[in-house]
Write a protein that binds this ligand. Structure first.
Ligand code: S3P
Length: 448
């Protein structure tokens, strides 16, 4: 198992672009597969997770090639034209790929078996199967609704109106993707808004999608089924969930100043920036522009003295993947930071609440967790560090602790760091290029 050792960093300097957005990359591939004509994707995140979606759409009959300039070209069999895969579809570590594809296949008349790694095989799937059953799909799952799962898609799918019981863009997207090959109108009601990349991209590809905003911030999203989707060119923005790691590192390492270019700043993803600004972070959002229906900007980040804050539960959906790295920022802030509404963190790639409580505690940080909160009492000084932590097969846990090592008195060692490849290929090289000192346990300082 690859281990990383992260030591005190030099001041971070330079300009860099992080890899493409994972959520948008999965969606572009899937919509390309059910569109007529060519979809050309530039800036696709070619990480382990996204390559699982590439393999899945190929197994369903899409042609996927890479052009000389690195763009990905998709020629799909089109909506309703997916083939039954001859083998098991393996989704590795990717909850997004598995849940979105269960949605898409739920309304295609074929059977497919989904599998995943140890982490994914323990994650809840009933949340997508429940609405998809109402649309006519059938599932055979392991006890507890776990993978491996076989889906038999509905021959005569029925549209539904579904209110999300949990704030989850994956569940919303699974229902909307199932709604594509369903006659009539499929509606998802979300009491708390979640990332809206699916709605934006469906409209961009030519589907009729309406979004009504409710008085208390909720949304009702309605898709008209069986649209004529046309292949499109998609330019994937940099992933704010990946940018979060160099961004927080630059805030914490004294005398740092970096620029992160081309980062997606969709308001339903940008809760971390708002929170860090509340903590006193110097983050300048420059050159705000539109990229294929998504807002993108360059972020200039300077080392800042942070103070503890209270982060309310209703901010969780807009920064759900950023709590591990926020917890690291809070460990270096002056005063108490209280993070609330975190029950969903227990069912991510790992139980992120436990993983952060344990790892930060081992690194000498004063931290306590409850069922759905994390409270960190920072001293405004560098944490002691000196811990050996496990990634728990979770890329964001591994990267958060690599950043902790950059600001700790003693190095932090992360076991099982190969999982970083699921979302951020080149993490180690990118961070070291800015001034970090992250080495592999085999001694390589630059490897990735
Ligand atoms: C994602 C939605 C979120 C997020 C995940 C990606 C998506 O999951 O944590 O990394 O692409 O829709 P949930 O829907 O489970 O909140």
């Amino acid at each position: 198992m690859t281990a990383l050792i992260s030591k005190r960093a030099k001041p971070l300097r330079g300009e860099t672009a992080v890899p493409g957005d994972k959520s948008i990359s999965h969606r572009a591939l899937i919509l390309g597969a059910v569109s007529v004509g060519e979809t050309r994707i530039s800036g696709l995140l070619a990480s382990d997770d996204v390559l699982k979606t590439v393999q899945a759409i190929k197994a369903l009959g899409a042609q996927v090639e890479q052009a000389d300039n690195g763009d990905w070209l998709i020629h799909g069999p089109g909506l309703g034209g997916l083939h039954e895969p001859s083998g098991v579809l393996d989704f590795g570590n990717s909850g997004t790929a598995a849940r979105l594809m269960l949605g898409l296949l739920a309304t295609h008349p074929l059977a497919a078996t989904f599998s995943g790694d140890a982490s994914l095989s323990g994650r809840p799937m009933e949340r997508v199967m429940a609405p998809l059953r109402q649309m006519g799909a059938q599932f055979t799952a392991r006890t507890g609704g776990l993978l491996p799962i076989t889906v038999t898609g509905a021959k005569s799918p029925v549209p539904i109106v579904y209110e999300l019981p949990v704030a989850s863009a994956q569940v919303k997207t699974a229902v909307l993707l199932a709604g594509l090959n369903t006659p009539g109108r499929t509606t998802v009601i979300e009491p708390e808004p979640t990332r809206d990349h699916t709605e934006r991209m469906l409209s961009f590809f030519g589907a009729q999608v309406t979004v009504e905003e409710g008085p208390e911030g909720g949304k009702t999203i309605t898709l008209t089924g069986q649209p004529e989707l046309e292949g499109h060119a998609v330019d994937v923005p940099g992933d704010i969930s990946s940018a979060a790691f160099p961004l927080v590192a630059a805030l914490l390492v004294a005398d740092s100043k970096i620029e992160l270019t081309g980062v997606g700043v969709n308001p339903l993803r940008a809760g971390l920036i708002e929170t860090l600004k509340d903590m006193g972070a110097k983050i300048d959002i420059k050159n705000l522009r539109d990229q294929g229906g998504e807002p993108v900007a360059d972020l200039v980040v300077e080392a800042s003295a942070l103070k503890g804050v209270n982060v309310p539960a209703d901010r969780a959906p807009s920064m759900i993947d950023e709590y591990p790295i926020l917890a690291v920022a809070a460990s270096c802030a002056q005063g108490e930071t209280r993070l609330q509404g975190l029950a969903e963190l227990r069912v991510k790639e790992s139980d992120r609440l436990s993983a952060m409580e344990r790892g930060l505690g081992e690194a000498g940080v004063d931290v306590t967790a409850t069922e759905d909160t994390l409270t960190i009492r920072g001293t405004g000084k560098n944490p002691p560090g000196g811990a050996k932590v496990s990634s728990e097969l979770d890329h964001r846990i591994a990267m958060a602790f690599a950043v902790l090592g950059m600001v700790s008195e003693q190095a932090v060692e992360i076991d099982g760091a190969a999982t970083i490849e699921t979302s951020f290929p080149g993490f180690q090289g990118l961070m070291n290029g800015l001034g970090a000192a992250i080495s592999s346990s085999n001694g390589s300082p630059k490897g990735d």
